[in-house]
Write a protein that binds this ligand. Structure first.
Ligand SMILES: [Zn+2]
Ligand SMILES: [Zn+2]
Length: 347
């Protein structure tokens, strides 16, 4: 099969023919139709993800496609099924999985990091009966590609962890893929969304996706403007980026007893250590909430909202590329260039 292979951090991926994946009794092989390019792929490529322990590795974790082969123990899927692949691969038996929180499984493994992912024409998914999601017929592969990571991460962050309510004010810091997804989902849930970024063209796109107000934090003090627009502060604020400035500003945008949800993964140079205003948090009783991926039981509700048109993940896709163009797209992410989401749909 053709694949884009990571052979060393910060080096161009090598697009070449590699061995086809081997089918295991509990696995399936999927012919991929679309794979999104996510900020986490960039983190993996740049060496920020401890999950990558060896080379060569095939990155890519936002896949959708058609089941081509099933292992002899597979009961829930058959050849020809349309599927999407959640990136957080769980064991199904630890206490968190049993409680329905597969996204924080004790034996979590990440597709495209711990094992080979979707920057390839085909992928093998082990333990597939419980780690694949069937795609309804009227959701196309482009819509589905974002639902393995960015879109589902934003859904869990806004709906479950953020517990958004109609009429609430929601600030979203960062309008990359996960930020745009959060804006669309919060708006669909009836919230008023304020998008914050440093690029005007990204903020324009955020308005198209559902933001009622935008702030360019290069030109204005974002927390102050959020407080003015909302007359006192946001009920819910999202850091979709994971850097010191956006995390701090997100917390400072909240009204008393507001909720900050951390969705953006922190990377070097801070290595995951960010400073927070502890006395403000104490005095206002704001909550700091983590959010990672999405557990499997939340998929049906999200898919239903996509099926009935209330959510349109495909609307965030601004660029469709071939596997051969992947290095250009990765380099664009070095400087946070480009608006919207890039998806590979030619392998
Ligand atoms: Zn588990
Ligand atoms: Zn991702």
């Amino acid at each position: 099969m053709r694949a884009a292979v990571l052979e060393g951090f910060n080096q161009p991926l090598i697009v070449k023919e590699v061995d086809d994946p081997t089918l295991t009794p509990d696995g399936v092989i999927i012919k991929l139709e679309a794979t999104g390019l996510c900020r986490s792929d960039w983190h993996g490529w740049a060496g920020h993800m401890s999950a990558i322990q060896s080379f060569p590795r095939i990155l890519g974790h936002e896949m959708s496609g058609i089941v081509e082969e099933v292992g002899k123990n597979i009961r829930n899927f058959k050849k020809g099924d349309r599927v999407l692949v959640p990136f957080n691969h769980s064991d199904g038996i630890c206490p968190h999985c049993v409680a329905g929180h597969h996204n924080i499984c004790d034996n979590l493994s990440l597709v495209g990091f711990h094992f080979n992912g979707g920057f390839a024409s085909h992928i093998h998914i082990p333990e597939a009966d419980r780690n694949l999601v069937r795609l309804p017929d009227n959701i196309d592969f482009l819509d589905a590609s974002a639902m393995g990571c960015r879109f589902m991460t934003a859904y869990h962050g806004i709906i479950t962890q953020g517990n958004v309510r109609p009429g609430e004010w929601v600030a979203v810091y960062g309008t990359g893929g996960v930020g745009l997804s959060a804006i669309q989902i919060a708006a669909a849930a009836g919230a008023n969304v304020i998008a914050v970024d440093i690029a005007d063209e990204k903020l324009e796109f955020a308005k198209e996706v559902g933001a009622v107000a935008v702030i360019n934090s290069k030109k204005e003090k974002a927390p102050q403007i959020v407080r003015e627009v909302t007359k006192g502060g946001a009920n819910l604020s999202i850091d979709a980026l994971g850097i010191q400035e956006t995390c701090l500003n997100s917390v400072l945008s909240l009204k008393k007893r507001g909720r900050h949800v951390q969705i953006g993964l922190s990377s070097t140079p801070n290595g995951g250590l960010l400073q927070l205003p502890i006395n403000f948090i104490l005095a206002t009783e704001v909550q700091i909430i983590g959010s990672v991926g999405m557990p499997l039981p939340e998929y049906p509700a999200m898919l239903q909202m996509v099926e009935n048109g209330r959510l349109s993940p495909g609307k965030l896709v601004t660029k469709k590329i071939s596997l051969d163009e992947i290095n250009i797209a990765l380099e664009d992410m070095n400087n946070y260039a480009g608006v919207g989401v890039t998806v590979i749909n030619q392998f």
